[in-house]
Design a binder for this molecule. Sequence first.
Ligand SMILES: *[C@@H]1O[C@H](CO)[C@@H](O)[C@H](O)[C@H]1NC(C)=O
Ligand SMILES: *[C@@H]1O[C@H](CO)[C@@H](O)[C@H](O)[C@H]1NC(C)=O
Ligand SMILES: *[C@@H]1O[C@H](CO)[C@@H](O)[C@H](O)[C@H]1NC(C)=O
Length: 229
Amino acid sequence: MAMRQSKLRAVSARPWLLLLCLALAATAGVMQARAQPNSIGFISIDCGFPGTTSYVDDATTLPYAPDAAFTDAGENHNVSSEHVTPELPRIYRDVRSFVDGARNCYTLPSTLAVGLNKYLFRAAFMYGNYDGLNRPPVFDLYIGVNLWKTVNLSSSDPAAPVIAEAIVVVPDDFVQVCLVNTGTGTPFISGLELRPLKNSIYPQVNATQGLVLQSRRNFGPTDMTDIIR
Ligand SMILES: *[C@@H]1O[C@H](CO)[C@@H](O)[C@H](O)[C@H]1NC(C)=O
Ligand SMILES: *[C@@H]1O[C@H](CO)[C@@H](O)[C@H](O)[C@H]1NC(C)=O
Ligand SMILES: *[C@@H]1O[C@H](CO)[C@@H](O)[C@H](O)[C@H]1NC(C)=O
């Protein structure tokens, strides 16, 4: 599925809009100073994880950062204990939910500086009845101004993660991932990952179009629970 990629339209902007863009860029600069991608440009965030210290995930051995440095909205919740098993990856044990506001965003640094601007974005959602309402929501997910996916958790098992993936070119030195309330429940998120890709792979993806994951299949699995990364 094609997805439009857009740049900040500063060229034709009136001075106030330009100012707004500059202010946004300045904010992103501050974020970047606080939360740098690691040496290979990976960004791995455990949304809703409290504190300021990263931890190393057992399964992937990658460090996951708490999300407070990437967003100034929302609140942390643990998922309901009935949905927590010893095998449940840590990113799914807590969520950040956004009760207030129609649109809430994470601002992420990009690795444009080292010449890589094509990314795999992965966002993960596990409801786990974190709010005790037993009402999984439906909401929209955006990369910048482009609709990425309608996250519809209403028909899934509350303990079943839903994962969204997209590959897009990021034209700026920061990018926003936004959750939009569509009047069908409170948006929340469990985890967010960015992986820079070499420009030569997925040549279909360029500055004007991206790819959105339809499904990920494991042909000839040796273990049905394998996650292919
Ligand atoms: C969430 O769970 C962690 C680990 O069990 C616990 O330390 C923390 O206090 C819990 N947070 C809330 C808000 O209940
Ligand atoms: C969410 O998915 C369910 C089941 O597929 C469907 O019935 C419902 O209309 C969807 N909700 C929205 C808002 O798209
Ligand atoms: C991106 O690829 C599409 C399809 O191949 C093409 O039409 C479009 O012009 C390309 N955009 C850029 C900026 O190269």
